[in-house]
Every structure is written in C-alpha cells, then in structure tokens.
Design a protein around this ligand. Structure first.
Ligand SMILES: Cc1ncc(COP(=O)(O)O)c(C=O)c1O
Length: 403
C-alpha cells in the first residue's frame, strides 16, 4: 500500500550532485527533436542508415547464439567480455591491422561512448587538461565535462591535427590525454594523414601522454588508400576505441577497447562499477556473426552505399552553394563539414533553415570553447537521394539570400 505522501516530499529539491546539476543537456539532442518533425529534411542526425542493418543475419546470429550457448548466453559474464570474442578481436587486430594483440589487451564495452567514459573516469581529476582536435566529437566533450576536464586544443588542416599547435598546447597545459578521432572524424569527416599519424605518435611518446584514438568510422572508407591505424604505429602509447555501431547496428551497444595489457585492469574496475559487463547475448551474437564471415561483405555494402550518398551531396553542394562557402570532401564516414562566410552564423541560420524544412547541426557544440560560429555538420548517409538534392538546394538558396 502506498504510504500517504507527506507534503514535504519534493523531488525537485533533492540535492543532486553539483557537477551533475550543472551539466548541460546536449544541444544536439534539442536540434534532433526539431529536425525529426514531419516534413523536415534532416542532415542533423548522427545515425547510420537504418536500411543497411542486416536484419536477417542478426536474426540468424541471435538464433545461433541461443542454440549453441543455451542459457550461458544470457548469464552474467566476465567484465572484460567473453573470451572467444576477445580472442577473435585480438587475432583480427594482429592479422588485419598489424596491432600485436592478445585477450589481455581487449576489453568489451557497451559502445565506444562507454570507452570514452571509462577513460575519462580512469584518468581525469577535476581541472585536468585533455588535448583535443578543434573541433571534436561532442559526445566525448560531454563525457569529459562530467569529470570537470579542461581542454587545450589544436586546429586541423585536411590532414588532421596540426602537430606544432599540439606541441605548444602540450608544453603549456601538460594534458593527461590526447583524444583524437583519427578516421573520418565526427564532425568534420577529416582523416589523419600517414605522416601526421607518425608525428602525433612521436609527440605523444616524447611526453608519455596516452593517445585515445576513438575510431568508429575507420572501416567505412569509400575512397583512397587504407592508412595504418594510430595503434599500429604507436603500440602501447595508443588506446584504441572501436565499435560495431556504425558498421553493424548501434542498438547492439557493443564496442571494444584495445590498450596496453598493464593498464587494462584499471579500465576493468571502472567498467565493473558502471555495468558489470556488456550484454552477454550481444557478444555471442557478434562472435557468431564474425566467425561466419558476414562482417566483410556488410562493410563493403555500407561503404558503397555511403560513397554514393557522399558523392551526391558533394555534387549538390558544388551546384547549389555560393562561392564563399567551403566544405570538406571525406573519403569515408558519415559526415561532411561546411564553413560559411566568416560573418555568417550557422546557429542563427538554423531557425530560417527549419522554416524551410531543412535541418543541420551547427558547429559550435563541437568546439570546447564554443567557437566555430560559421560552421555546420551535414550527415549524408541517412537522407534519401531526393532529400539530399532538395535539402542542399534549399540551404544553398538560404545562404545566397543571407550573403
Ligand atoms: C567519434 C564517436 N565516438 C563515439 C561514438 C559513440 O559510438 P557508440 O555507439 O559505439 O557508443 C560516436 C557516435 O556517433 C562517434 O561519432
């Protein structure tokens, strides 16, 4: 029986921890709410294209996991993740990526986002500095903000983070971590060049600062030559975060960390506090899926699909956007990045864009110091071809009018 509520009960006055109460909700979630209104052409989402989720194969993987492993596949499991899957991921890292790995290097996580959170919890005391690209992934900033991190940033060119800027920041602020999205970065689509990778590794080694290479998009390359991963160049100075979210399906919430064996127990402790372990059945499903050789054709299918979308968006931008606006030309991933003429605010323009039923994410949230007023991110992989043509046309007209 419910005890009669006392008039003193007021959950809004409960003493939420200050650093949580002060944490801002993601601006992007707010934009997504608006952009998911009916009739709006949205380039705002961070989602992969749902039509590419291999539902029949996932059904097969689920049935196979249940048949083969019976009740074990829904029992509690090791915090680091089930051994056969970790062995397989270590073997693939060794053979396919040149990253000498064993089960002791691998920790299964509930998506790369949890990997970021684990790293933040393991390293960051309030006020500690993290070196990031400028701009950087907003979800990482959110996780780092929770631990009251401060940021020192280095700008990028078309080849990724500028090393001399990074060095200056390291000398000035002595960051505890270097956080990078080295492949087809969210938000810019920029991928780090080979030489730059070597330089960044050398810099990190010189100061003994770990590089956290958040890499959800590396497999979705649809143009250009494969480049070695930061971890294959840097070995133990790099902790790699990987995920099945963009190559398979994000709702599985399955990713993994590959880091130095001597540090993994710290990450394991943090993971234990957070959720004990990642979903057992999801791990067995993916294990079966990988063992059946289904991943490679899936990656190929996604890459081809996204290439066509990206090419169409690039053509449309070329046709519809005025001189004075520039954009990146990604070789993979989900996003491209637009710079409007310097005096034009992408944030202010968004309201007018939404009146014309087209949405994007303005760049500001991706800059730790709230810069980048004239920038915006476009997701090319979820809209239909017709939406890309029409949406870019509407945006182009709007920018013309504002110039
Ligand atoms: C750079 C980056 N890191 C991490 C994530 C989160 O990935 P996951 O679904 O594996 O948690 C995303 C998702 O958009 C991302 O873009």
């Amino acid at each position: 029986m419910l005890i009669e509520q006392d008039s003193k009960v007021d959950p809004s006055k409960w003493r939420i921890a200050l650093h949580v109460a002060e944490l801002k909700a993601s601006i992007i979630r707010e934009i997504l709410k608006i952009s998911s209104q009916p009739g709006v052409i949205s380039f705002a989402g961070g989602l992969p294209n749902q039509s590419l989720f291999p539902m029949d194969d996932l059904k097969w993987a689920m049935e196979t996991a249940v048949e083969k492993y019976d009740s074990t596949c829904v029992q509690y499991a090791l915090s680091r993740g089930i051994i056969p899957l970790r062995e397989l991921l270590a073997e693939r890292a060794t053979n396919d990526d040149g990253v000498e790995s064993s089960v002791d290097n691998i920790l299964m996580v509930s998506g790369a986002q949890q990997g970021i959170e684990i790293v933040a919890r393991a390293f960051i005391d309030p006020g500690d500095y993290i070196l990031t690209e400028y701009p950087t992934y907003v979800g990482a900033l959110q996780a780092f903000n929770y631990y009251q991190a401060q940021y020192c940033c280095a700008e990028m060119d078309h080849d990724g983070i500028l090393i001399e800027k990074a060095r200056e920041q390291i000398e000035k602020h002595k960051p505890k971590l270097i956080y990078t999205v080295s492949n087809f970065q969210n938000p810019t689509g920029i991928s780090m060049g080979v030489e730059r990778r070597h330089q960044l590794v050398e810099l990190a080694q010189q100061y003994n600062i770990p590089i956290i290479d958040d890499n959800p998009y590396g497999d979705i390359r649809f143009r250009g030559e494969q480049v070695p991963s930061l971890k294959s160049i840097g070995g133990d100075i790099v902790v790699a975060l990987q995920t099945f979210s963009k190559i398979l399906a994000p709702g599985l919430r399955l990713g993994w960390m590959n880091g130095p064996a001597s540090i993994m127990h710290h990450f394991e402790k943090v993971k234990q506090c957070s959720d004990l372990h990642t979903s057992t059945i999801a791990q067995y499903m993916i294990y079966e899926y990988l063992m059946a050789g289904k991943m490679e054709p899936q990656i190929k299918r996604i890459s081809e699909f996204y290439k066509n979308k990206c090419d169409l968006m690039l053509q449309s931008l070329e046709k519809e956007f005025p001189a004075g606006a520039t954009w990146t030309k990604p070789d993979g991933g989900l996003f491209l990045w637009v710079e409007l003429p310097e005096n034009m605010s992408a944030k202010e323009l968004l309201n007018k864009a939404i009146e014309r039923k087209v949405a994007y994410v303005y760049g500001e949230p991706f800059f730790p110091d709230g810069g980048g007023d004239n920038t915006l991110r476009l997701n090319f992989c979820t809209p239909s071809d017709e939406e890309i043509r029409e949406g870019i046309k509407r945006l182009g007209q709007l920018i013309h009018e504002e110039m």
